[in-house]
Design a protein. Structure first.
Length: 202
């Protein structure tokens, strides 16, 4: 899906939700999640798209502190948070967002913690493609096996949004917490290990 900016079209991609874990003391302060899964094809409708490892590295290096957390890609409303820390791995782009203390941000965090707002979606501008895998018989009416696949090697990340409708399991909110708590970090790491083990046994 594309939405128009001032001078360029910004692509948006919705990835899916997963189980959220939360700790709350005097409001929610941080949200953890996977913004983009790598090496995982997503069927866009007329093509498949794969984001390659490191494809957002330039963005998070040059504009790491300026990228907002929005609700539903609504740039006309105030952000509900901002990026606090990125972790760019071989499997995906993970982030920790510092949440605003306002009503909208806290309500969104509560919904995420309750498992009702666990989808994460990105707004981005494609810059470079490594290659395109073409199919012999192109027919979008027949589904993902009958369209070409684009491998994105560089993209400009514009924003990350929370969304209510999960569409893909490899990007999700993983933790909502209220303060810097080493115990919460250990719980997140343990939970991530469990999730990864479950995925490998599929």
């Amino acid at each position: 899906m594309a939405r128009k900016g001032r001078n360029v079209n910004i692509e948006t991609r919705l990835f899916g939700g997963f189980e959220t874990r939360a700790e709350e003391v005097n409001g929610y302060t941080f949200l953890h999640g996977r913004a983009v899964p790598y090496n995982v094809p997503e069927y866009i409708g007329t093509f498949n798209e794969v984001h390659l490892p490191g494809s957002f590295a330039k963005t998070i290096r040059e504009a790491a502190a300026a990228l907002p957390l929005l609700l539903f890609h609504d740039s006309k409303q105030f952000p509900v948070g901002r990026i606090d820390k990125w972790e760019d791995t071989e499997t995906g782009l993970d982030g920790v967002w510092k949440l605003d203390s306002g009503e909208n941000a806290q309500r969104a965090a509560k919904l995420a913690a309750d498992g009702m707002l666990t989808g994460m979606s990105i707004g981005f501008k494609p810059i470079k493609n490594r290659s395109i895998k073409r199919v012999e018989k192109f027919d979008p009416r027949l589904g993902a096996d009958y369209v070409d696949t684009i491998f994105r090697s560089e993209s400009k990340l514009v924003e990350v949004s929370l969304t209510p409708t999960p569409a893909f399991d490899d990007a999700r909110v993983t933790l909502v917490r209220s303060f810097e708590n080493p115990r919460a970090t250990r719980k997140l790491e343990a939970w991530s290990e469990i999730v990864e083990n479950l995925r490998q046994t599929r």
